[in-house]
Design a protein around this ligand. Structure first.
Ligand code: TEU
Ligand code: CA
Length: 554
């Protein structure tokens, strides 16, 4: 097993729009992040991933880039970014940028040219096709609703957009596009950036026959996800850019199971450092966005275990995460955001920090921030949510109230409400009304409060992160599941060179008994982490309190 800094790291994700507003226009910005570097340092994280900060008309909050080498006006200037990088580096914190290479904004110079005429030199930078039978070229659907094709009158053809119509897909088949992208990436690497998170990177190769999709789910995904040339493109990109700088790379990969994942992260293949999986966050949405489904802990345990075994057998790595800017808050999904908010937030964090992989913390997760509850459909900003609301209203099967309920549970805005720094108006995020409504529980849940209390979620995260640094077994230990069939407890071992970990996690709101006597022979173990004030003795059989998490070292 090769040692790498990013295998031992904890990454903290910042959504700049909602982290800290330095000039009181209601929008978070780069100087705001600079003001809060102490927070990152105190927590003890090793790297920061910034969501896109490039120039953008913000149709999808920065995931529609109009200039890859300039900074978004609201966020500040290139000098601000350079200063932030410098300050992070002074504290030994790496900077990971977000690269959106599957698509650009329709306001990017390339697209403005491309749509001018069929013989424009930039025409082939994007994917243009003739319509079929008076409609789009095929039945592919966009992630944000509707057809993935948009008709453009000027040249009487359609262009492909897997996300919003303002996010036209780049044509990776064109080697000129690839060369431009590599040059841009190298420009950032020369600047001193330490790595990249690559947005929907497994969608860059489309089946050039553009057949109609036939599989369940988003129509056409079998032809645009993990397409024919995806690994060829990624290998070429990595060889020409990241690998020359030993940069950390995190590929965001929807529609990827453990078998597919190996192809991206098996070390010998020299593609990515790790992927961002999705399957472990799909249990409560098995029947689609508008139906919340029940699930069982054994499903999560089986899935996590299969990934863990597959990756360790194949010398591959993964990110470990529950929250990001696209996901509702985990404590409101797999935990309990009421009575056991703190306990369950800590328990879920324990899982992320004790499995084999690199933990990613999303802003606010370290204080146990919860889902919102907006009271009007017009409060939602997220382009995805607005798309679904529109679809549900057109279908006319649910009442407004029912739509509001599902939107509150599902919306990406759950993660995007401004960060809670203190209990002042607008939670210390800004002195002006923020771009998105605050979560109303900020007086109870905020950083200031967590810092002044011994049993806060923040203090627990601090401890967890420092333990990871102290004991290499957290990063490199071999994973082995225990109590496989247990419906309440997720238990596993990590076996290292010097020591081992035994992790016990109770996912239920009730006490849960366990008996490990016929699986383990351990006489003594030290309890190094526990989310209850009154600590537990070591026993191979006993019981866990509601949402209790224990980590023993032996
Ligand atoms: O997300 C890709 C993606 O798969 C999401 O559309 C996800 O399935 C959905 O949001 C879950 O609710 C990336 C970015 O993280 C996201 O913010 C962008 O909107 C999207 O790509 C387009 O760039
Ligand atoms: Ca601002």
């Amino acid at each position: 097993m090769n040692k790498k800094w990013w295998k031992e790291a904890v990454v903290y994700q910042i959504y700049p729009r909602s982290f800290k507003d330095s000039n009181n226009d209601g929008i978070g910005d780069l100087r705001g992040i600079i003001e809060k570097i102490d927070h990152l340092d105190q927590l003890g994280v090793d790297a920061v991933w910034l969501n896109p900060v490039y120039k953008s008309p913000n149709d999808d909050n920065g995931y529609d880039i109009s200039d890859y080498q300039a900074i978004m006006d609201e966020f500040g200037t290139m000098e601000d970014l350079e200063e932030l990088m410098e300050l992070l580096h002074q504290r030994n914190i790496k900077l990971i940028m977000d690269l959106v290479l599957n698509h650009s904004s329709d306001e990017h110079q390339w697209f403005k040219e491309s749509r001018q005429s069929k013989d424009n030199p930039y025409r082939d930078y994007y994917i243009w096709r003739d319509g079929k039978n008076g409609g789009p070229p095929n039945n592919w659907k966009a992630f944000f609703g509707g057809s993935a094709w948009k008709y453009d009158q000027k040249t009487d053809q359609y262009y492909l957009h897997l996300f919003s119509p303002k996010q036209p897909d780049l044509n990776w088949e064109n080697s000129k596009v690839r060369q431009e992208i590599y040059a841009m990436i190298n420009w950032w690497l020369e600047k001193g950036v330490d790595g990249f998170r690559l947005d929907v990177i497994n969608l860059i190769s489309k089946d050039q026959r553009f057949p109609d999709g036939e599989k369940e789910g988003l129509a056409g995904h079998e032809y645009f996800a993990n397409g024919p040339r995806v690994h060829e493109f990624i290998k070429e990109m990595a060889a020409n850019t990241f690998n020359k700088y030993e940069a950390m790379t995190v590929g965001e990969t929807p529609f990827v199971d453990k078998e597919e994942a190996i192809k991206f992260v098996k070390e010998e293949r020299e593609e990515f450092s790790m992927v961002i999986p999705f399957e472990h966050l799909e249990f409560d949405r098995k029947e689609g966005w508008d139906k919340i489904t029940d699930w069982d802990l054994t499903e999560l345990k089986d899935l996590m275990s299969e990934w863990q075994y597959k990756l360790q057998e194949n010398n591959g790595w993964t990110s470990l995460y529950f929250c990001n800017h696209d996901q509702p808050r985990i404590v409101s999904r797999y935990g309990d955001d009421g009575k056991y908010r703190k306990e369950s937030a800590k328990m879920l964090g324990t899982m992320l920090h004790t499995l084999r992989g690199t933990p990613f913390i999303y802003q606010g997760e370290e204080i146990g921030m919860t889902n919102i509850s907006f009271d009007s459909l017009t409060d939602f900003d997220d382009i995805e949510t607005r798309g679904y609301i529109k679809e549900l209203q057109e279908k006319n099967q649910l009442s407004q109230k029912e739509i509001l309920e599902i939107a509150n549970y599902r919306t990406r805005d759950n993660a995007r409400t401004p960060m809670h720094w203190d209990d002042s108006k607008y939670a210390g995020f800004s002195e002006s009304e923020p771009w998105l409504k605050m979560n109303s529980n900020y007086p109870e849940i905020n950083v200031e409060k967590d810092l002044s209390s011994d049993d806060s979620v923040f203090k627990y995260y601090q401890k967890m992160i420092s333990l990871r640094k102290k004991y290499p077994v957290f990063a490199y230990g071999k994973y082995e599941i225990l109590l496989e069939a247990d419906q309440n407890i997720y238990a596993y071992l990590r076996q290292g060179e010097q020591n081992n970990l035994l992790v016990l996690l109770n996912f239920s709101e009730n006490e849960a008994a366990y008996d490990l006597n016929d699986q383990l022979e351990i006489k003594q173990a030290e309890l190094i982490l526990n989310n209850y004030q009154q600590e537990a003795d070591f026993e191979l059989d006993g019981s866990l309190r509601p949402y209790e998490a224990r980590v023993y070292l032996y």
